[in-house]
Design a protein around this ligand. Structure first.
Ligand code: NAP
Length: 282
């Protein structure tokens, strides 16, 4: 095993900020790290992970669309990962006696989101939460949100059946997006709509009593969801860059037992995405 070798697996992966974030964490700790981006071919996750382990890899992050498959490949997993049915962090275990490679799985997305909501000075306990979206991101954060004891969690999604199935899995409520008559304290956009700068058709009422509107997608400029929330007078809004940094910090801690300082890294990453966006437009 090579104690410095880490990677993030996904498809696509080119856009990933994880190598930059983990390099900053390693600098803080004063320990070297080699953190690669691995573009996984469709249906090739298990093989790519095996090849990485053969090269000595000791830890990995997993992103879209392999988190669910990752949870089926691990030898053990955390309570949160098991409840989410999705793994975003792999920690290499000692090989089995017969030489078989073994991994432990965790999911740090939920801890990342909860930590970032705390950074925004917003309590979750006894507050109502509306989650828009019913894909892997929504599923991944639900166990950690539930563990914070909100008064209520409601899920809505463009395809209602998916919201219904996800809500049922966690014993929660789901509403139809177009007939929903509910406003929560915290509104979380867990869809990928903002990735393509798409506006969702949201009932105006959803922001009526919102104290925080949170978009898991991050961008150099306000996403359409954040713009809408601001226009509706929501006092606290944020994109998902803080969540990205927080989930990475928790992965780093699981791998190396070192908890990085996140504020300076978040500031640096904010400058980085703004600079990248300016380069694209000039
Ligand atoms: P996914 O499994 O592909 O699910 C996509 C979700 O978005 C589905 O609920 C889908 O609805 C909905 N959607 C897509 N386009 C939409 C539109 N135009 N209008 C309304 N709904 C739309 O993706 P995922 O893994 O859940 O990821 C969702 C987003 O979260 C991604 O953009 C990802 O970058 C972000 N994320 C951020 C972090 C972070 O650390 N900040 C961590 C994890 C994920 P249907 O079911 O109707 O198709």
């Amino acid at each position: 095993m090579n104690e410095q070798r880490y990677a993030v697996f996904g498809h696509p992966i080119e856009h990933s900020l994880s190598p930059c974030i983990h390099t900053l964490f390693a600098e803080q700790e004063g320990r070297p790290i080699e953190y690669d981006k691995i573009l996984v071919p469709q249906n090739g996750f298990a093989q790519s992970l095996r090849a990485f382990a053969d090269r000595g890899g000791v830890g990995a992050n997993v992103t879209v669309p392999f988190k669910i498959e990752a949870s089926t490949l691990v030898d053990e997993q955390s309570n949160v990962a098991a409840r989410a049915g999705a793994v975003n962090t792999l920690i290499r275990l000692p090989d089995a006696e017969d030489g078989r490679i073994r991994w432990s799985g965790d999911n740090t997305d939920g801890i990342g989101l909860v930590a970032d909501i705390a950074r925004l000075d917003c309590a979750i306990q006894n507050r109502s939460i509306l989650i828009i979206g019913a894909g892997g991101a929504a599923r991944g954060v639900l166990p950690s949100l539930i563990d914070c004891h909100p008064s209520r969690i409601v899920i809505v999604n463009r395809t209602h059946k998916k919201a219904y199935d996800l809500a049922k899995l966690f014993g929660l409520e789901s509403f139809h997006l177009d007939t929903m008559d509910f406003s929560a304290d915290i509104v979380i956009n867990a869809t990928s709509a903002s990735l393509h700068q798409e506006s969702m058709k949201l009932p105006k009422k959803i922001f009526q009593s919102a104290q925080l509107a949170y978009d898991m997608v991050y961008a150099a400029e306000d996403t359409p969801f954040i713009k809408e929330a601001k226009a509706q007078g929501v006092p606290n809004t944020s994109d998902g860059l803080g969540m990205l940094v927080e989930q990475a910090a928790e992965s780093y801690r699981l791998w190396r037992g070192f908890t990085p300082e996140r504020k300076s890294v978040l500031r640096y990453m904010r400058e980085t995405i703004i600079m990248r966006s300016q380069k694209r437009t000039t």
